[in-house]
Design a protein around this ligand. Sequence first.
Ligand SMILES: [Zn+2]
Length: 255
Amino acid sequence: MIEKTQAIVLRTVPNGNTSRIVTWLTRDHGRIATIIKGAQRPRSLFLGQLDLFYTCELLYYTRSRGDLHIARECSPAKIRAHLRHDWRACALASYATDLALRIAPPQAPQWRVYRWLEAVLDDVNQPGSSSSLMIWHELKLLTELGLAPRLNHCMNCHTAFGEAATALHFSHERGGLLCASCAKADSRPAYPVPADVVAMLRNWQRPNASPDLIRRTRCEPRQLALLERMLGEFLRYHLDLPLPSRDLALAINKR
Ligand SMILES: [Zn+2]
């Protein structure tokens, strides 16, 4: 069988002297791996046609046994050239592709994750990307997966929190905010979150929030540090992942 799809390069490693194994997140078939025979030969048709963070038009032969398919042709649809020059943005792109690689099971359609990764790579390919932009994309991914942190009522007693609610606590294990008395009574870890950070997260969770809104939001260092902690613990717990690439990307993007 031959398949044609759009695909994002997640990883590329040499195989033997002349071949290469490329892992892709495809639009139609989820995560797949293809071997590109002779990829490193000077006259290979694949030379210059693919690299990390590219979106490509990919044509490949599927193998019925095993999960390594054979690439037949590929041409770049987006090369995202800014990522070749901006190493901070490149670290964010590396983290996003690593996250997609870890959460997309092999050969199962992952349309939402594909769409998410396309959007992240397009955004960090613009000048002015930052940790806060990445945190906003983490929130978007959690929303796509149905795991977004709940910020409008107590996860225990269900009291609704208005705009002016104070003394709120965040529990990644409970999946969102707790009121002060429920946080005190709960055996799982929870810590206070100031109202300005709750308001920022609620704004960023709105469906109409855009990358431009995030770029315009002035985020103080203490706010950013807390957001990094909250989303980091939340992602690790709910996706059950270690995410060392996240620590690296956010450290590189500290100003
Ligand atoms: Zn409560």
